[in-house]
Design a protein around this ligand. Structure first.
Ligand code: RP5
Length: 155
């Protein structure tokens, strides 16, 4: 069981580090890498097409702007890809959001909200928990604590 977290640039690192923290919280091993679909297309093709054989179960891909990283990644592998639209300089996160969520038919990318790296990791945990009762219990416990935190909140 292993997750891959990739991003288009080191400028995405701050946002994407929320995914590292969440996977660590659940004790899920992950690898992380900066790979650009347009600056290093051959590297991405090699990385994504060998991901399954390297033991990766899910790829989380964060990118801003034209944000083709998650889509190109998904085209090179049949393991689930979760896309994280990152806020850019010109249009907020709308350009990244639309280019990730609007994948043409045949190659899906599960898309979370703008800068939603934590939710991407939680979705990965949820998918992995389908065949992992221990992880299922940890996720249930996380939800319970979250609920209690709300219930105990006083303002
Ligand atoms: C995308 O372009 C990256 O994912 C990043 O969000 C955006 C800007 O990249 P830099 O110009 O900061 O490297 O490829």
């Amino acid at each position: 069981m292993k997750v891959s977290i990739i991003m288009g640039s080191t400028s995405d690192l701050e946002i994407m580090s929320a995914a590292f923290a969440t996977l660590e919280q659940f004790g899920i091993p992950y690898e992380k890498k900066v790979i650009s679909a347009h600056r290093a297309p051959a590297l991405l093709a090699e990385y994504a097409s060998t991901a399954r054989d390297r033991g990766i179960d899910i790829i989380i891909a964060g990118a801003g702007g034209a944000a083709h990283l998650p889509g190109v990644t998904a085209a090179y592998t049949t393991i689930p890809v979760i896309g994280v639209p990152i806020t850019g300089k010109a249009f907020g996160a709308m350009d990244a959001l639309l280019s990730i969520v609007q994948m043409p038919s045949g190659i899906p990318v599960a898309t979370v909200g703008a800068n939603g790296a934590k939710n991407a990791a939680l979705l990965a945990v949820s998918i992995l928990s389908i065949s992992n009762p221990e992880l299922q219990a940890r996720l249930q416990e996380f939800r319970q604590k979250q609920t209690e935190a709300i219930m105990n909140t006083e303002i």
